[in-house]
Design a protein around this ligand. Structure first.
Ligand code: FEO
Length: 170
């Protein structure tokens, strides 16, 4: 049985991950409106991945005898300025999520909950990847500047991203 403190922290994180999905869906809409369909596609895949992150916490909490409690999801921004600012906002958000995961890990250690610690390890590694992939795009957009040809090249590249819901182990 999971502790009440960890139950509360996981419920909060489910909300953070669902908000992430909502934020990236808002970015998808913004990119689509800017006719940058490849970047819109990248955000769509990112939103789907965030939903997976939320449901992984959801399933784990139930498995550990906790109670899932869903809260209201905040309204995300709707205007992101330009592609660089949008991806920079995404990077800032991922850094914030990394901080949330690290705080949960601190709590799991303090509560002596080894199962949760091992479970959270997946998210610790995932956040390294999440930050690195967005950071690469931010760096490339910074170099490209206002050059529309460079932006369209990157847009075409990001059109190939897909997300496949991973098979859960039984
Ligand atoms: Fe679920 Fe992008 O962190």
């Amino acid at each position: 049985m999971i502790s009440k403190k960890l139950e509360k922290a996981i419920n909060k994180q489910i909300n953070e991950e669902l908000f992430s999905a909502y934020l990236y869906t808002s970015m998808q809409a913004w990119f689509a409106d800017e006719s940058l369909d490849g970047m819109a596609n990248w955000m769509k895949a990112q939103a789907q991945e965030e939903h997976y992150h939320a449901m992984k916490f959801f399933d784990y909490l139930i498995e550990r005898g906790g109670k899932v409690e869903l809260h209201a999801i905040a309204k995300p921004d709707i205007d992101f300025g330009n592609p660089l600012k949008a991806f920079q906002a995404s990077l800032d958000h991922e850094r914030y999520i990394t901080k949330c995961i690290n705080e949960m890990m601190d709590l799991a250690i303090a509560e002596n909950d080894h199962a949760t610690r091992i479970f959270l390890q997946w998210y610790v590694e995932e956040q390294v990847e999440e930050e690195a992939s967005v950071d690469t795009i931010v760096q490339r957009l910074s170099r490209v500047g206002d050059n529309m040809h460079g932006i369209y090249m990157l847009d075409r590249e990001l059109a190939s991203r897909t997300f496949t819901w991973p098979q859960e182990e039984e």
